[in-house]
Design a protein around this ligand. Structure first.
Ligand SMILES: Cc1cc2nc3c(=O)[nH]c(=O)nc-3n(C[C@H](O)[C@H](O)[C@H](O)COP(=O)(O)OP(=O)(O)OC[C@H]3O[C@@H](n4cnc5c(N)ncnc54)[C@H](O)[C@@H]3O)c2cc1C
Length: 404
């Protein structure tokens, strides 16, 4: 079922018809970042979805970043995904996560959807008409990715969906959903199917409010999804989710999320450094302070560590590498855990470095307060504790400790 793999080696975006024909991926990302910046304060204050930034992602063709050129996509690489996610994360972590999660979903379609669904969805993605939401979390299993309790019912020649989704980023805006369900003839909880549903095939009901500490603009509402889809909207085949998760969802989630978190922490450090270098800042802060220098150094060290791990993981994904092996999975999990911990710590340290006025107050141009709130979600967004448990098991499978 696996078809065209993600192009990991070259990035020559074709000219999308009628849309910034000659713009590079970086220019398209910069225009989205610019729009995100304009609406940052309001979306964070109101915990509202960044509609303007999504509209810009649509019109610049960025929603089709990973879609092959033959479908009108930008044929982007993992490196492009990393660069774009970092750039958006520098401005707003919610916008970065919305984009990175969409790309992870779109790559599952590129790799595993069958004709004619594949062609239909890839054209829509490239045209900016398909923003995808992800439904994996489920009541009773928390974030346990490889299980699903909600059964997918066969009814005549249709598949019936009835799914409670406790948290769906962008669920109120999405044009389509990738949903994990228990396979129709499952004999165990880990027999999980991934299905695609157009919004118009579902009744989408909001069942709560979104009022979190951070990631407020991700607008990750609880939803209930009910409806019917034709059988060809199963991605891969029934029960294939485990394989899709190991080859696409896991790797691209960990890489995309880590890039967004790194961008958020790098943006915070950059704004602090600009404040310190500013003539007014030089008067306010003692740049001869050894404590301040050490804190800046530590923050930078943490970010360089994450960056090195991220780029190492990018090179692991190059070519046709099978990333389902023990050492590759350990590296991918290490990236996620390390990025979540170190990016948060770096920003926390910067709060101490600059103190109350610029570390804790909302109106500081450093935006450390918002960055810290947003980054607090990183360890929870697929729980680090769960990944450590999986890694402990993987360690036992590799007594020679071979590195990827
Ligand atoms: C901003 C944001 C956006 C998100 N968007 C989406 C989305 O669009 N779609 C989606 O499906 N999900 C989404 N999620 C959910 C996310 O992917 C995780 O599934 C979810 O955060 C896990 O929730 P949890 O911590 O309650 O559950 P769990 O993973 O069950 O963890 C609950 C607690 O139990 C602990 N724990 C877990 N396993 C064990 C164990 N075996 N033994 C002991 N303790 C354990 C954990 O450390 C944690 O403290 C999003 C999350 C965030 C923060």
């Amino acid at each position: 079922m696996t078809t065209t793999p993600l192009n990991f080696t070259s990035s020559q975006p074709p000219a999308p018809k009628g849309r910034q024909a000659s713009a590079s991926v970086a220019e398209r990302v910069a225009s989205v970042a610019h729009v995100a910046q304009e609406h940052l304060e309001a979306t964070d204050r109101d915990a509202s979805f960044p509609r303007h930034a999504l509209r810009q992602m649509r019109s610049t063709g960025l929603l089709g970043l990973l879609v092959p050129a033959e479908y009108g996509g930008l044929a982007g690489t993992v490196g492009d995904l990393i660069d774009a996610s970092m750039a958006l994360g520098r401005v707003d972590m919610s916008v970065g996560m919305i984009f990175a999660m969409h790309c992870q979903q779109s790559e599952a379609i590129v790799r595993y959807a069958a004709s004619p669904l594949r062609e239909d969805l890839l054209h829509r993605l490239a045209a900016g008409d398909l923003y995808l939401a992800s439904v994996t979390t489920e009541p009773g299993k928390g974030g346990h990715l490889f299980r699903s309790y909600a059964p997918l019912h066969e009814s005549g020649d249709a598949l019936r969906i009835d799914r409670v989704a406790p948290i769906v980023t962008g669920g109120a805006e999405a044009d389509g959903f990738l949903i994990t369900m228990r396979s129709p003839h499952a004999t165990a909880d880990h027999h999980v199917s991934l299905v695609y549903a157009h919004r118009h095939q579902l009744t989408v009901e909001g069942s709560g409010v979104w009022n979190p500490m951070g990631m407020r603009a991700s607008h990750s509402l609880p939803l209930t999804l009910t409806g019917s889809i034709p059988p060809h909207q199963v991605i891969g085949e029934h029960g294939a989710f485990h394989r899709i998760a190991q080859s696409v969802f896991g790797p691209l989630a960990h890489i995309g999320w880590s890039a967004v978190w790194l961008g958020t922490a790098a943006g915070a450090l950059s704004r602090v450094l600009r404040l310190l270098r500013d003539p007014a800042g030089r008067k306010r802060f003692d740049l001869g302070s050894e404590l301040l220098m050490t804190r800046l150094s530590r923050a930078r060290q943490r970010l360089d560590t994450v960056h090195a791990l991220l780029r190492r993981t990018e090179s692991l994904m190059a070519g046709d590498t099978d990333v389902s092996g023990t050492s590759s999975q350990l590296l991918l999990n290490s990236l996620k855990i390390t990025a979540a911990e170190e990016c948060y710590r770096a920003v926390d340290e910067l709060v101490d470095a600059v103190g109350l006025r610029h570390g804790y107050l909302r109106d500081s141009p450093t935006r450390l307060e918002k960055s810290l709130r947003d980054l607090r979600s990183a360890a929870l967004n697929y729980s680090n504790d769960r990944l450590h448990l999986a890694d402990g098991q993987l360690c036992l499978l590799d007594p020679d400790v071979r590195f990827a």
